[in-house]
Design a protein around this ligand. Structure first.
Ligand code: URA
Length: 163
């Protein structure tokens, strides 16, 4: 699973690593969690096809465990290059693993989700992982609010003249 989406996407969404369906199809977030992600994005007017979606690690960790530090290190050069080529306005970490790796190692997703912060050349934010939202549907309104923040950011940072 490498990643997919627009070459000129303004938002890049980064999960932790492919699950079984993603591993089988070579596409990110196409299983149950991906369907939920698609519908939550659509609920704030963001089409899956307008963003770029990838993961920290490109191969499925055995039994869906969290990718370890060394596995992440092995894959990070890919993500760096993807980020350089796409050059998104904002990177959205899907879940704790991506947020702790890309934003800050002490990132607390329950306290800090939905906040946009600047890191180097990028705006970054994290939202709850869609798999967590499948298990804990009562948390979905918080992610809906976070996605509204993302939508507002994208609207405010749209290049002049773009639809
Ligand atoms: N979970 C992830 O973190 N990434 C995927 O692509 C699918 C499920």
């Amino acid at each position: 699973m490498f990643g997919e989406g627009r070459r000129d996407a303004e938002a890049m969404l980064v999960g932790e690593g492919p699950g079984e369906t993603e591993d089988n199809t070579g596409r990110p977030f196409v299983g149950r969690a991906g369907k939920l992600l698609d519908s939550m994005l659509a609920s704030v007017g963001i089409e899956r096809g307008e963003v770029y979606i990838t993961n920290i690690v490109k191969c499925r960790p055995p039994r869906n465990r969290d990718p370890d530090f060394f596995e992440q290190n092995n894959c990070l050069p890919w993500l760096r290059e993807q980020t350089r080529l796409i050059s998104p306005k904002i990177i959205v970490c899907l879940g704790r693993v991506a947020a702790m790796r890309l934003i800050r190692s002490d990132f607390h997703i329950s306290a800090e989700h939905g906040r946009i912060e600047r890191k180097g050349a990028f705006n970054m934010m994290a939202i709850y992982h869609p798999s967590y939202l499948l298990r804990s549907p009562q948390m979905r309104p918080e992610t809906f609010a976070d996605l509204k923040v993302l939508e507002r950011f994208l609207n405010e940072n749209r290049p002049a003249g773009a639809g």
